[in-house]
Design a protein around this ligand. Structure first.
Ligand SMILES: [Zn+2]
Length: 286
C-alpha cells in the first residue's frame, strides 16, 4: 500500500493562479505585471458592463488584446453582478446564464469558470441554499466557482469546485508570510501523507491597487512566487481541468496499474518518485 499524489504538468509539486474581478481598467496593468513574471490569471467579467458606457470598464477589444491574447482566462461574474444567495433562483440563473452566453458569443470560446458576484454564497436570503445554487450552476455547465471569506494557508486543492476557496485576498495581512511558507515547501521537506500538491490562489480587484496605491504588493507577490521551476503558472480553468483529468485515472485495486483515459499527460508522485502516464497508456508501477 503506497500513497499516490497528483503532480502538475512536468511533475511540478506546486501551482499558482490568480482571480481578479469586475473587468476594470486596472486589469491591464495587472495583466502586464503577470506577463512579466510568466504568471497566469483569471479575469471575471460582467457581460452587462461591456456596452462601453462606463469608462472605467475594459472594452471588448481591450479584453482580447490585454487578457486573452496573453493566455489569461476570462470567466463569468454575473451579467449584472447579483449575489445568487440573495436573489431568487430564476434571477440568479439568468444572471449566470446570460453572462456565460454573452461572453461565449462575444469572445468566440467556451467559458466554464465563475467567480461569485457580490456576497455570492456566503449570505443567504429568501430560502436560498448554497447546495441549490451549486446544483443550478452545475446544470448551467459551470465547472468551478470561486467563493471567499475562508483564507487559509493549507494550499490544498479544492474538494468542492463550486465553492473554490482562494488562499488569500491580496490585502490579507498574512499574505507575505504565507507566500514565504509556500515557496519554502519542496519535495524533500514534506513526507508521506503530506506529499499532496500545493496551490497558491490569490484574488482581489485590480482597482484596489490604484485606490490603496499598493501595486508593490502584487509586484512583490509575483517576484516571490514567479519564475520557480517547481511551480506551474496556470489559469483557474487549466487547474480545474488538469485536476479533473487526474481524478479520471483508472487504477487497479492495488493501485499498481494506472490507466489514463484522458487526452492529457498526467503526472503523479508515488513513494517519492515522479511518474507520468500519457493519454491512452497504462503505467505499471515497479
Ligand atoms: Zn465583483
Amino acid at each position: 500500500m503506497r500513497y499516490c499524489f497528483l503532480r502538475f504538468p512536468e511533475g511540478k509539486l506546486k501551482a499558482a493562479t490568480l482571480s481578479y474581478d469586475d473587468g476594470i481598467r486596472a486589469d491591464i496593468r495587472l495583466s502586464e505585471t503577470l506577463n512579466r513574471y510568466g504568471m497566469k490569471g483569471t479575469f471575471n467579467i460582467n457581460s452587462g458592463s461591456l456596452d462601453g458606457k462606463d469608462p472605467n470598464r475594459l472594452r471588448i477589444e481591450e479584453i482580447k488584446e490585454h487578457l486573452l491574447d496573453h493566455g489569461h482566462e476570462i470567466a463569468i461574474h454575473g451579467e449584472r453582478h447579483l449575489a445568487p444567495g440573495i436573489v431568487t433562483p430564476s434571477v440568479g440563473i439568468a444572471d449566470a446564464l446570460n453572462c456565460r452566453t454573452d461572453l461565449e458569443n462575444i469572445f468566440g470560446r467556451i467559458i466554464r469558470g465563475m467567480a461569485y458576484p457580490d456576497t455570492g454564497i456566503t449570505k443567504m436570503h429568501g430560502g436560498n441554499s448554497a447546495e441549490a445554487i451549486k446544483a443550478y450552476l452545475r446544470d448551467l455547465g459551470i465547472a468551478y466557482a470561486r467563493t471567499l471569506a475562508g483564507d487559509n494557508n493549507t494550499f490544498m486543492l479544492p474538494t468542492d469546485w463550486l465553492a473554490w476557496m482562494p488562499t488569500a485576498h491580496h490585502n490579507n495581512p498574512k499574505l507575505m508570510e504565507w507566500v514565504e511558507q509556500f515557496v519554502g515547501i519542496n519535495e524533500d521537506n514534506i513526507r508521506w501523507s503530506g506529499k499532496y500538491p500545493r496551490l497558491f490562489y490569490l484574488w482581489g480587484h485590480s482597482y484596489e491597487f490604484d485606490n490603496n496605491q499598493n501595486w508593490n504588493v502584487i509586484e512583490r507577490f509575483c517576484e516571490l512566487i514567479g519564475g520557480k521551476a517547481d511551480t506551474w503558472y496556470a489559469t483557474n480553468i487549466e487547474i480545474c481541468d488538469y485536476v479533473n483529468a487526474y481524478h479520471s485515472l483508472i487504477k487497479s485495486a492495488d493501485g499498481n496499474r494506472i490507466y489514463n483515459p484522458t487526452l492529457k499527460e498526467i503526472w503523479l508522485c508515488v513513494d517519492h518518485q515522479i511518474y507520468s502516464v500519457r493519454s491512452g497508456e497504462t503505467l505499471v508501477l515497479p
